[in-house]
Every structure is written in structure tokens, then in C-alpha cells.
Design a protein around this ligand. Structure first.
Ligand SMILES: Nc1ccn([C@@H]2O[C@H](COP(=O)(O)O)[C@@H](O)[C@H]2O)c(=O)n1
Ligand SMILES: [Zn+2]
Ligand SMILES: [Zn+2]
Length: 582
């Protein structure tokens, strides 16, 4: 249905092990419902996923089993399909709603801005009525001005085929960067509330299901696990998480596991549980029979979809799925997402190459900033510009740089601000604090607000390669299919190295600093003072780092807009139009 989507490449695949209860999971899709038009491994779209989920449900139900579809938030920001419409998200929410999602929750990106969280309340929650959960999020209702739960706190239901009695929760990590029309309650205090305590004391429960925009290895999920286990010593618990944009699987104990399913529609997570003790089953007491938990990370392409459903080009698509693919193609046309603004002469990678280097996206961004970041009223004044690397969201591939690429690379509407007359040495120290001070570092990486600062001796920053040393498949899983290995994820998690459905050639990932810095306006190392320029998203961190570095200036009061009305997204687009002729 997408004219430009590449065909997937055949590759050796590991099978999915179905159980009594099966799950499909997406997280951090960030608007990528059209799939990846430049990467065959992830080239299926949301319509194909609608067909896949329907076929998987048919397969499970034909075997007398159940299937639940889960999404754990960050559905918005990061792709032209969401960011380029006015208002943002009108096409996306209409496409999204066609998937039958059994349980979903909010990410931090749904809460950065007032209009985004209100769209959740007024559009997405009603679209998935009864299935959206918000255990720790409240919102000021735009009409009544009352603080109300964004969605129900939890839900109890029984599965169709197996009669599994489930109590489900939907959490967001301890996020503090939300706009002030929402309130995110800390997980540690939410789980002490009466409603939660009552829910986990329900004895008629076969499985606790905790979905959330929460890393599966996190203090928040540990706290929820401990709280449930404290009351229910052996009831199985299945967690689904996200936010870190990684494939990950956590083992909390022999009856509690958590799955995180990557980012950007690259991965469909699959999990299954077998051997659950239910009123219908003939199992012995749950203390004796231990359920079996499984997981797989499915590459989001038709080759994988056909393989796992046992179907083909003609038998796989459902009418609904094809209609959704058509809806996506129509939206892309109306939004002119294929419009070409320039042609990239080569690839620029976020983490596949070292920074700095000629193929690093961040080294390229530094050149863009040197060329383009200028404010008329500060003409000729030397400056040091600071941008958080998290503002860049995806690699640039050689070839057409489209309207879609504009938002894929950096979707945020953040503008620039500056503080004048900052001694260069202090400005450098501020960046060092942003890159090395553990709490600032963690808060920036999580899109959160730092509270207190740790002492300077805790500074730590390693420029090493993230461990990705696994050389190839060594597991005993039966592989089917032939083909050349393509580069991709080679995940190692708490269950081992056999999680990816597709056997890949490993890719190296390199760490990048939290923030990059670049001298502008003929500033040199001998410049005494500079304008300290930064993207406004990091102002709260700059304020803290400035205190830490002893700047002696109240950044919140003294700062002003730099290059008004210009976002990083626009700056990059304008540069591409001038410098990357096709
Ligand atoms: N206006 C913004 C908003 C977010 N960021 C970056 O995104 C990170 C959070 O994204 P997740 O998908 O991981 O939730 C955040 O840490 C920032 O790096 C931004 O730069 N500007
Ligand atoms: Zn995300
Ligand atoms: Zn997130």
C-alpha cells in the first residue's frame, strides 16, 4: 500500500512460542505508523500491523488461547505523520484508532504540552474507551477546570477463551517535565493508595498485568513488583514497559517478567504465558505449577509477519488492515511528506559511529549550527552554543531529505535562548556539568527535571563502546528460513541472547555526550566572554549547571530569546534546502 516501502529481506527467523495467553506490544512509536521507508527490516506499516494482530488473534483463538494487544505510550512526536499536520496529530489519531488495542497508557511525550495531553483526554481515551489506563496521571479538564484522572486507574477483566482473570494497571515513570495542566503522581506513593491496595488484595486474580511507560529495569517497576509480591506471594505478574527505546526483558522472579519493545515501529514485542492457574484450567495449585514466560522481538516487516502467521501475500492482509494502509498513504500525500527538500550526500548516524567523526549526525549538526545559528541583534558577538543530543531523534540516510525527514530528525518546536557576557571558561564548565554530573545527566536523558545536584567528585563519563560484542547466533533455538544476515539488533536480556526473531549481523553502538557545544560568530579559545546560547528545552538544566559552575548570574532572569521564531527543526530544514541540492 505504501508505494515507496522497500521489500523486506529474507533472513533466518526464530519461531514464536504461543501459550495460554499471548501478547503483542508496541511502545515509543512516535508517529512512525507508516513504518520505515528507507529500511527494509522495519518497512511494514500500521495497516500491516492491524492485519498481523488480527491474524495472530485468529491463530491463538483457533487454538483455544487468548491474545492481548498492548501499547505503552510515546505515540506522538517524531514523524511527519504526527508533527506536520495543523493541529498536530489529527491524521495520526485517526489511523491509530483502527488497531484493536486491549490496553494502552500514556508516555511522557503525551504530556510535554497542554494541547497534546488534552488531545489524549478528548480523543485517544474515548477512541479506546475502557482500555486506556492512567494509574498515576491526572489532568485539568479543559472545560470544567477540575483535576480528573486522565483515564481509569485500573481494570479487571476476564479473557475470552481461557477465562484468565486479570487485574491491569497503567503507569508512567516518575516524570516531572510535564506541562502544568497534568499531574504525575510518583509511583512509590501511587502504590500506597487505597484503590491500588484493594486491587492487589483481590483474591480472584490469575494474573496481574502492569503496563507502563516505564523502563523494565527501573526503581518504579521494582517498587510495583515488591508491593504486589508483598501481598500476593505467587500470583504471576507480566509487565510491559518502554521509554528507553531499547529491546529489553527483565526477570523479577520466576513468576514475574517485563518486556520492553524498542522504538519507532521497528519492533513488535511478543510475549506468552503458559501454565497459568485459572478457574477453567486443570493445573494444580499455583504454588506447585510454575507458569512459563516467553518473549520475542519481532522485526516490523512483512517477511516476519508472513512467517509468524504462516500466511502469504494473498492470505495475510485483512480488509481492515489494507484500508488502514490506504489511510496512511492518503495522509502522507495530503501532508506532502514525500516532498524532497534536498539530498543527503551520505549517511549520518546517531550512534553507529564515534562522535566526533565525519559520519556522525552530531558532528554534522555542529556544522549546521556554525553556519546558521545567528541573531541579528547579537551580530559579531562570539557565542558558545549548546544543544542536547536527545534533540536529534534519528539517523539521516543518503538520498532524499523529505518533509517527513524534517520531523524524523528533530521534531521539537524548541527555540533558542542565550545569556550574554559569560566567561568562556565558565561556559565550558557549564557544558562539562551537563555532560558529567550524574543527576543532571540522568534527568536530561529521561526528559525530566533534576532536583538536587550531587557533589562534583561524582562526575563520571565514559566514552566507550556500548557492549555489543555478540558475534552471532550461538543459541539452540531452531531457525527457519535462509538468507544473508542483515545488520540489526542482537539483543541480550535477562533471558539470554535468543530474543530477536530475526538473526542479525551485529551493529556497534557508541555513546554520545549529553550535550554538544560549538563556538559561533568567530569565537575562539581566546575569546574572554561569549553569549551562552542553548535550546530552550535545556534551560532548567542550564540554570542548575550555572549554579554548580558558580556563574553568579540568575540565568532564569537574565536569559532572552536568541534568533526568535527559529526552532532547531526549522534551522536544520533551511540549511538542508541551501546546502544539499539534489
Ligand atoms: N522538547 C523536547 C522534548 C524531548 N526532548 C528529548 O527527548 C527525550 C525524551 O524522549 P523519550 O522518547 O525518550 O521519552 C528527552 O530526554 C530529550 O532528550 C527534547 O530534546 N526536546
Ligand atoms: Zn520515546
Ligand atoms: Zn518516553
Amino acid at each position: 500500500a505504501q508505494p515507496s516501502a522497500p521489500d523486506p529481506i529474507s533472513a533466518p527467523l526464530r519461531a514464536l512460542d504461543f501459550g495460554q495467553l499471548n501478547f503483542l506490544h508496541t511502545t515509543d512509536t512516535h508517529g512512525w505508523l507508516a513504518g520505515h521507508l528507507q529500511e527494509p527490516s522495519y518497512s511494514a506499516d500500521w495497516g500491516d500491523y492491524v492485519s498481523f494482530a488480527a491474524r495472530m488473534r485468529e491463530k491463538a483463538e483457533a487454538q483455544g488461547q487468548d491474545l492481548l494487544v498492548i501499547d505503552t505510550g510515546d505515540r506522538v512526536e517524531g514523524n511527519g505523520l504526527y508533527d506536520s499536520s495543523e493541529p498536530k496529530g489529527i491524521y495520526l489519531s485517526d489511523i491509530l484508532r483502527h488497531q484493536h488495542i486491549d490496553l494502552l497508557t500514556s508516555g511522557n511525550h503525551e504530556l510535554y504540552k497542554q494541547n497534546t495531553s488534552e488531545a489524549e483526554l478528548l480523543t485517544t481515551v474515548p477512541n479506546f474507551r475502557g482500555n486506556y489506563l492512567a494509574s498515576n496521571i491526572d489532568i485539568i479538564h479543559p472545560t470544567t477546570k477540575e483535576l480528573v484522572p486522565l483515564a481509569p486507574r485500573y481494570k479487571k477483566f476476564t479473557t475470552k477463551k481461557q477465562g484468565i482473570r486479570i487485574v491491569a494497571f497503567g503507569f508512567l515513570f516518575d516524570f516531572t517535565g510535564n506541562y502544568n495542566n497534568t499531574v504525575v503522581q510518583k509511583v512509590s506513593s501511587t502504590i500506597k493508595e487505597d484503590w491500588f491496595q484493594e486491587a492487589i488484595r483481590d483474591k480472584e486474580v490469575d494474573l496481574f498485568l502492569v503496563i507502563g511507560h516505564v523502563p523494565v529495569h527501573s526503581p518504579e517497576y521494582q517498587a510495583i513488583f515488591k508491593e504486589i509480591r508483598g501481598i500476593r506471594w505467587d500470583t504471576p505478574i507480566q509487565f510491559f514497559g518502554g521509554h528507553q527505546h531499547i529491546r529489553d526483558y527483565a526477570r523479577y522472579d520466576s513468576k514475574a517478567y517485563g518486556l520492553a519493545s524498542g522504538r519507532f515501529m521497528e519492533t513488535i514485542g511478543f510475549a506468552s504465558i503458559d501454565g497459568l492457574n485459572t478457574p477453567k484450567s486443570n493445573h494444580l495449585s499455583s504454588a506447585v505449577a510454575s507458569p512459563i514466560f516467553k518473549r520475542r522481538y519481532i522485526d516490523q516487516n512483512l517477511f516476519s509477519y508472513y512467517h509468524h502467521t504462516g500466511l502469504d501475500e494473498s492470505s495475510f492482509p485483512t480488509e481492515k488492515g489494507q484500508n488502514v494502509s490506504r489511510l496512511i498513504a492518503k495522509a502522507r500525500t495530503e501532508l506532502k511528506l514525500d516532498q524532497v527538500h534536498g539530498c543527503a550526500p551520505q549517511e549520518f548516524w546517531m550512534s553507529r559511529v564515534k562522535y566526533p567523526s565525519p559520519n556522525s549526525l552530531y558532528s554534522w549538526l555542529e556544522n549546521v549550527l556554525v553556519d546558521s545559528l545567528k541573531d541579528e541583534k547579537r551580530a559579531g558577538v562570539p557565542a558558545l552554543a549548546v544543544v542536547n543530543t536527545g534533540a536529534m531523534r534519528f539517523d539521516i540516510f543518503q538520498g532524499p531529505f523529505t518533509q517527513d525527514s524534517t520531523f524524523i530528525v528533530s521534531p521539537f518546536t524548541s527555540g533558542f535562548r542565550y545569556v550574554k557576557d559569560v566567561p568562556l571558561a565558565k561556559a565550558r564548565l557549564i557544558v562539562e556539568v551537563l555532560n558529567k554530573q550524574p543527576q543532571v545527566l540522568q534527568a536530561l536523558q529521561e526528559g525530566d527535571s533534576p532536583t538536587t545536584l550531587a557533589p562534583p567528585e561524582q562526575l563520571a563519563y565514559k566514552e566507550d563502546v556500548v557492549a555489543h560484542t555478540w558475534a552471532g547466533p550461538s543459541d539452540q533455538t531452531t531457525l527457519s528460513g535462509k538468507g544473508k544476515l542483515v545488520p540489526g539488533y542482537t539483543t541480550e536480556d535477562d533471558a539470554g541472547k535468543d530474543g530477536d526473531d530475526t538473526v542479525h549481523e551485529p551493529i556497534s553502538f557508541y555513546r554520545v555526550p549529553n550535550c554538544l557545544q560549538v563556538l559561533l560568530n568567530n569565537a575562539t579559545e581566546t575569546s574572554e566572554t561569549v553569549d551562552l546560547v542553548y535550546v530552550d528545552f535545556i534551560e532548567k538544566y542550564i540554570i542548575l549547571a550555572a549554579q554548580f559552575a558558580g556563574l553568579g548570574v540568575d540565568v532564569a532572569k537574565e536569559s532572552d530569546m536568541y534568533m526568535p521564531q527559529k526552532s532547531l527543526t526549522n534551522l536544520i530544514l533551511d540549511w538542508v534546502k541551501v546546502n544539499w541540492k539534489c
